[in-house]
Design a protein around this ligand. Structure first.
Ligand code: FPP
Length: 234
């Protein structure tokens, strides 16, 4: 087995789950509500799922909160998303920090406004020594950009191999990705964790992100445990 492959095979307990949280806009549209409210409900789902991830014993949960492509959305929506993220940190950090959650950011978050960068860095520093579930939030994240950055760093240090690139990815300190979930019925990766998904199981659900519950997460983990993983072998 190559080093970059997960260590387990057969029925397995997921250690690292990632989620493409999609469908906030459609959730709001169905109810004739503003998109901003869909995102607001999306944050409530984030809160539930982070609590659930802790309770279910996940080592890492990676959430796609803002992609490099999301800058193309109307300025007002981008600003709404930034405010929501700030408010989320201000309102929930105490609880997560006390529960042993370690916050980590993947992606080029320094492109955000200085107040967001400062808040995010403070939250990361405050939880850095925690040893419970790692909550990795993807901010201004694009997988191709991440791989290009990792390959550049690897090349500066020596030969480029899958292992030397993997060691420079933003996720290098996380367990291998076991399960990638996308909500809202879209069936694509949208530049999220392309490298890390090489051996991950994929689960696409029609549930819109604001409706996603801990039960949905639990079901996804059960489905993962029931799938037989082969890593290209037999
Ligand atoms: C997709 O819905 C969702 C996003 C682009 C952003 C996800 C962000 C959050 C859930 C809130 C902030 C996150 C944290 C960690 C506090 P969409 O708008 O693309 O939905 P649509 O495809 O139905 O229009």
């Amino acid at each position: 087995m190559a080093k970059s492959e997960p260590a387990k095979s057969g029925p397995a307990v997921a250690r690292h789950v990632a989620i493409i949280m999609d469908g906030n806009g459609r959730w709001a549209k169905k109810r004739h509500l503003p998109r901003a409210l869909g995102h607001q409900r999306g944050v409530e789902a984030v809160r539930r799922v982070v609590r659930g991830a802790r309770e279910l014993g996940l080592e890492a949960l990676t959430l796609y909160a803002f992609s490099t492509e999301n800058w193309r959305r109307p300025e007002e929506e981008v600003s709404d998303l930034m405010s929501l993220m700030k408010r989320f940190i201000l309102s929930d950090l105490d609880e997560f920090a006390a529960a042993g959650v370690r916050l980590k950011i993947i992606g080029d978050y320094k492109a955000f406004k200085p107040d967001v960068v400062e808040l995010v860095e403070g939250a990361v520093a405050r939880t850095a020594a925690n040893t419970g579930t790692t909550l990795a939030v993807a901010l201004n994240y694009g997988s191709q950009d991440e791989i290009a950055r990792a390959a550049t760093k690897a090349a500066e240090k020596g030969p480029i191999t899958p292992e030397t690139i993997a060691a420079e990815l933003d996720t290098a300190d996380l367990p291998p990705l076991d399960l990638l979930i996308r909500t809202s019925g879209e069936v694509r990766l949208s530049n999220f964790l392309l490298w890390q998904a090489a051996y991950a199981e994929m689960l696409f659900t029609d549930v819109l992100w604001p409706d996603f519950s801990v039960d949905h997460l639990r079901e996804a983990l059960e489905e993962f445990a029931n799938r037989e993983r082969r890593y290209g072998g037999r």
